[in-house]
Design a protein around this ligand. Structure first.
Ligand code: HEM
Length: 309
C-alpha cells in the first residue's frame, strides 16, 4: 500500500490501542533510568570517524523500557524490552541509540506499523480487539511475518542486565576517507543472556525488572560490548524486518558501563526524547522508511507528554 500515514495519525493510533496517559510516552511507557559511560575502540576507525570511538570516556544517560503504551504493563508481558542511550560527547554534541532486545521490527514501512495498531484497536463495545481484523492484517502484510515467527518462541529476559539489545535498522558508518560501510550493531551483556522460563513467567510479580536492575548495580557496574556486523552487497539496507545472514564479519567496537539506576520519575532519562536520528558526524541513517519516520513520530509523543497531554 502507498505510504500515507502521518506522525500525528500514528500517535493517535497508539492512544486508541493503549489509552492516552497524560504526561507519558505513547509507546515504551514503562521504564527505568540509568547512568554510566561508553568507551569506544580503535577497531571502529576503519569504518567510522565518529567521536564515539575516540577512546575517551563518554558519559551516557540510559533508559530501559517495555514496548507498548501501558504505564503499568507487567514485567512478564511478552513484549519487547529496550535500552536507549544518550551519549554526551565533547562540544555539547549528542548521539542517540534506541534499541530492542528483538533483532527485527514487525514492519517494513510506517504504514504496516499503523495498520497493525488499527487492527489491534479494541472494539468500543467489547473492549477487545477483533480477531478477524488481526487475521486480515496478517494476511495483507507479509512484512509482519518474520517478527510474528520470531515471537512464537520468544521469552523475555530475566533482567535488563541479562539481555542483548539490537540497533535493528541498518546504518551508515563513514570514515575519514569519506568511505561508507553499511552496518548493524548490537550490545552483548557481559553478565550473559538469560531468558525467563514459561514457569517463571507465571510466578513472577508485575514489577521486578527495575528492582533487579537497581539491586544488580548495587553489586557493581554492568557492562555490554558493542558489536558491529559488516554488511555485504545485497544485504537488506532499508527493510528492518529482515535479518542479515549470521556469518557476517563482526567487530567489537566499544564497551558500555552502567553504574547506577533509578525509577524514571527520579532519573534524567524521563525528559529525553531518544530520537534515533540524533547522530554525530561519522554515523548516518539509511533510507529505511521506518527509521526515518521514528523521528517525527517521537517528536509528537514528546511534545504531548512534555505539555502534560
Ligand atoms: C514507525 C515505527 C515506529 C513508531 C511509530 C514508534 C513510536 C514510538 C514512540 C511514540 C515512542 C515514545 C517516544 C517518546 O515519547 O519519547 C517510542 C519509543 C521507543 N521506540 Fe519506537 N517506534 C517505531 C519503531 C521502532 C523501532 C523499529 C524500534 C527498534 C529499535 C523502536 C524502538 C523504540 C525504543 C527503544 C523506544 C524507547 C525510547 C525511550 O527510552 O525513550 N521503535 N517509539
Amino acid at each position: 500500500a502507498e505510504q500515507s500515514v502521518t506522525p500525528a495519525q500514528m500517535i493517535s493510533a497508539f492512544e486508541s490501542v493503549f489509552g492516552a496517559h497524560k504526561g507519558e510516552r505513547r509507546n515504551h511507557t514503562k521504564g527505568s533510568c540509568a547512568t554510566g559511560e561508553f568507551v569506544g575502540l580503535a577497531a571502529a576507525k576503519p569504518y567510522t570517524r565518529a567521536a564515539l570511538f575516540s577512546g575517551e570516556k563518554i558519559p551516557v544517560i540510559a533508559r530501559f523500557s517495555l514496548g507498548g503504551g501501558t504505564p503499568n504493563a507487567p514485567d512478564t508481558a511478552k513484549s519487547a524490552r529496550s535500552m536507549s542511550l544518550q551519549f554526551h560527547l565533547p562540544e555539547n554534541k549528542l548521539h542517540h541509540m534506541a534499541m530492542l532486545n528483538i533483532p527485527m521490527s514487525g514492519a517494513a514501512t510506517p504504514q504496516t506499523f499503523f495498520d497493525e495498531l488499527v487492527a489491534k484497536t479494541p472494539n468500543a463495545t467489547t473492549g477487545q480487539p477483533d480477531p478477524k481484523k488481526i487475521k486480515a492484517f496478517k494476511a495483507t502484510h507479509p512484512d509482519s511475518q518474520p517478527l510474528a515467527d520470531y515471537l512464537t518462541t520468544y521469552l523475555p529476559p530475566s533482567s535488563f542486565a541479562n539481555s542483548r539489545y539490537f540497533g535493528v535498522h541498518t546504518f551508515k558508518f563513514i570514515n575519514n576517507e569519506d568511505e561508507t560501510s553499511l552496518v548493524r550493531w548490537r550490545f552483548e551483556p557481559q553478565d550473559g543472556v538469560q531468558d525467563l522460563t514459561e514457569a517463571e513467567l507465571k510466578q513472577l510479580p508485575d514489577n521486578f525488572l527495575e528492582q533487579r536492575l537497581i539491586a544488580r548495580l548495587e553489586q557493581g557496574p554492568v557492562r555490554w560490548d558493542m558489536i558491529l556486523s559488516l554488511g555485504k552487497d545485497g544485504d537488506p539496507e532499508t527493510n528492518s524486518t529482515l535479518l542479515w545472514p549470521s556469518d557476517r564479519e563482526e567487530v567489537t567496537v566499544g564497551t558500555l558501563t552502567l553504574n547506577a539506576a533509578t525509577s524514571q520519575e527520579e532519573g534524567a532519562c524521563e525528559k529525553i526524547n531518544f530520537d534515533p536520528l540524533v547522530m554525530v558526524d561519522g554515523i548516518a541513517p539509511t533510507d529505511d522508511p521506518v527509521l526515518l519516520f521514528r523521528s517525527p513520530a517521537y517528536a509528537v509523543s514528546f511534545g504531548k507528554r512534555l505539555s502534560g497531554q
